[in-house]
Design a protein around this ligand. Structure first.
Ligand code: ARG
Length: 456
C-alpha cells in the first residue's frame, strides 16, 4: 500500500508485531458500512465518478457476502481489516478500487469503525442487562412476602423480603444501563472525514457520512477525532462496574447454594458435579461470573495505560485498543446470559430463608423502636435495653418472641402485652414501610414501578 517509498518488504517479526487482522477482522461489517457511506459521499460531491463509485459499492457488497459466508481469505501480510478489504476490492473491480481511499486515512477510518462497533456492543449489552432485570423483577413479584434475614457484615441484621433483595440488583443494573447509554450519547459523533489528522483538501460532506452511519453529526476537531478513544475507555469503565455488580450477585448465589444457607438450588443445567465427590453440586457458572470480573477490569487498565502517554494525534499504540474491548464485551455478554439462565431456573427455598430469619434476634431493632414509639424512651436508651433483652434470650436459648412478658418486664418494666406484635419477623417487615423500605406492600408497588422504569 505504501510500496512507493520502500525497497524491501517487512521482516517476519515486523509482520508479527504489526498485523492486527487476527483481531480487527471483527470490524469488517462496520468497516464496509463506513466505506459505503464514504463512497456515496464522494460520488455525490463529484470527487469520484458515478461509474467508479457504483463499482466500489457493488464490490463492497460482494466482500460483505464473502466474509459473512466465511469464504473470504484474510491475509496477514495485508496488516489489517482495512487493507484486506481494499486489496480484495482491487481484485474484484480493478483500478477503480484505488479511488475509495480518496479524502480518507486509516486513522479516521478505524476510529469510525471502532466507534460503530462499540455503539453496537452497547446496544447489545443493554438488551442483555434489560433481560436480566426482567427475570429479577419476575422473581421479586413472586416473592414480595418471602422473608429472609437481611445482613450487614454478613451477620444477621434485620428481616427483609426476597423481592426487596432482588430489586436492589435491579437498581444496580439500571444504573449500569444508564452509564452505557451516557457513553453511547457522547460517542455518537462521526470521525470520518478527519483524514490522517489535519482534515482534507477535498470538498467532502461530513454531515452526509455522519448521518448515513447513524451519528448525531461529525466530530469538531480532526486531531481529536483520530486520537480519541475516550468512548472505549468509558465503555470499559461502565462495563467494569457492571462486572462488579454481576460478581457481587454471583457471590451471593455461591453463598446461598451452600449447605449452610440452602436459600437457593440452581437447575441441573446450571450446576456441575465433581469428578471425585459424588455428592457435590457446584455453582460453577456463578463462580465463573465472579472470576471473569478480572478480565473486564484488566481491559480498562490495559487501555488507559496504552493511551496515557500518547502525543497527538494517532500512534500505532492505539491498535492495542481493540482486543481488550472485544474481550470485555464478549465476557460481559456471556456473564449476563449465565446469570439470566441461573436465575430463570433457580428454586428459592423459602422455608430455609424463614428459618434463618427466625434466628439471630433479628427483631431487636423493632423492640427498641417500639420502646421509643410507645413508651417515649430515647433511642440510645432503648438500644441498650434491647441489647439486654437479646442477652436474656441468648441465655435462655430462645428467640425474642418466645420470651414471656415477665422476662421482658424484668428488663423493660414499661413493657406491655402488645410488645409481642413487633417481635415477629412478619410484623418487622410489614412495619418497614418508609419510602424504599422492605415492607411487602412497598415491594409490590416497587415491582410495578420497576417494570415501568426499566422494561417498557
Ligand atoms: N490497524 C490500525 C489500527 O487499528 C489502523 C490504523 C493504522 N493507521 C496508520 N497510520 N498506520 O489502529
Amino acid at each position: 500500500m505504501w510500496g512507493g517509498r520502500f525497497s524491501e518488504g517487512p521482516s517476519q517479526v515486523m509482520e508479527e508485531i504489526n498485523a492486527s487482522i487476527d483481531f480487527d477482522r471483527h470490524l469488517y461489517a462496520q468497516d464496509i458500512a463506513g466505506s459505503k457511506a464514504h463512497c456515496a459521499m464522494l460520488m455525490k460531491q463529484n470527487i469520484i465518478t458515478q461509474e467508479d463509485g457504483n463499482a466500489i459499492l457493488d464490490g463492497l457488497d460482494t466482500i460483505q457476502q464473502e466474509i459473512d459466508a466465511g469464504s473470504f481469505t484474510f491475509n496477514r501480510s495485508l496488516e489489517d481489516i482495512h487493507m484486506n478489504i481494499e486489496a480484495r476490492l482491487t481484485e474484484l473491480i480493478g483500478e477503480a478500487a484505488g479511488r475509495l481511499h480518496t479524502a480518507r486515512s486509516r486513522n479516521d477510518q478505524v476510529a469510525t469503525d471502532f466507534k460503530i462497533w462499540v455503539r453496537d456492543a452497547i446496544d447489545d449489552l443493554d438488551e442483555s442487562v434489560k433481560a436480566l432485570q426482567s427475570v429479577l423483577i419476575d422473581i421479586a413479584d413472586q416473592h414480595t412476602e418471602t422473608i429472609l434475614p437481611g445482613m450487614t457484615h454478613l451477620q444477621l441484621a434485620q428481616p427483609i423480603t426476597l423481592g426487596h433483595h432482588m430489586l436492589a440488583y435491579v437498581e444496580m443494573f439500571g444504573r449500569d444501563r444508564s452509564r452505557l447509554s451516557d457513553c453511547r450519547k457522547r460517542l455518537n459523533e462521526c470521525p470520518l472525514g478527519s483524514g490522517a489528522l489535519a482534515g482534507t483538501a477535498f470538498p467532502i460532506d461530513r454531515q452526509q457520512t455522519a448521518q448515513a452511519l447513524g451519528f448525531d453529526g461529525p466530530t469538531a476537531n480532526s486531531l481529536d477525532s483520530v486520537s480519541d478513544r475516550d468512548f472505549a475507555v468509558e465503555f470499559l469503565a461502565a462495563g467494569s462496574l457492571l462486572a462488579v455488580h454481576l460478581s457481587r450477585m454471583a457471590e451471593e448465589i455461591v453463598l446461598w447454594c451452600t449447605d449452610q444457607f440452602q436459600f437457593v438450588r440452581l437447575s441441573d443445567s446450571f450446576s456441575t458435579g465433581s469428578s471425585m465427590m459424588p455428592q457435590k453440586r457446584n455453582p460453577d457458572a456463578a463462580e465463573l461470573v465472579r472470576g471473569k470480573t478480572g478480565r473486564v477490569f484488566s481491559a480498562l487498565m490495559s487501555l488507559t495505560t496504552t493511551l496515557k502517554g500518547l502525543p497527538l494525534a494517532y500512534s500505532k499504540d492505539m491498535q492495542e485498543d481493540k482486543e481488550p474491548v472485544f474481550d470485555a464485551a464478549q465476557t460481559l455478554k456471556v456473564c449476563l446470559l449465565a446469570m439470566q439462565g441461573m436465575l430463570e431456573g433457580a428454586k428459592f427455598n423459602t422455608a430455609a430463608m424463614k428459618a434463618a430469619a427466625n434466628k439471630g434476634f433479628v427483631t431487636a431493632t423493632d423492640f427498641a423502636d417500639w420502646l421509643v414509639r410507645e413508651k417515649g424512651m430515647a433511642f440510645r436508651d432503648a438500644h441498650h435495653v434491647a441489647g439486654a433483652l437479646v442477652k436474656k434470650a441468648e441465655d435462655k436459648g430462645c428467640q425474642l418472641d418466645q420470651l414471656s412478658l415477665e422476662d421482658i418486664q424484668a428488663i423493660a418494666p414499661a413493657a406491655t402485652d402488645d410488645v409481642f406484635s413487633v417481635l415477629s419477623v412478619e410484623s418487622s417487615v410489614n412495619s418497614r414501610s418508609s419510602e424504599g423500605g422492605t415492607a411487602p406492600a412497598n415491594v409490590k408497588k416497587a415491582v410495578a414501578d420497576a417494570r415501568r422504569r426499566f422494561l417498557k
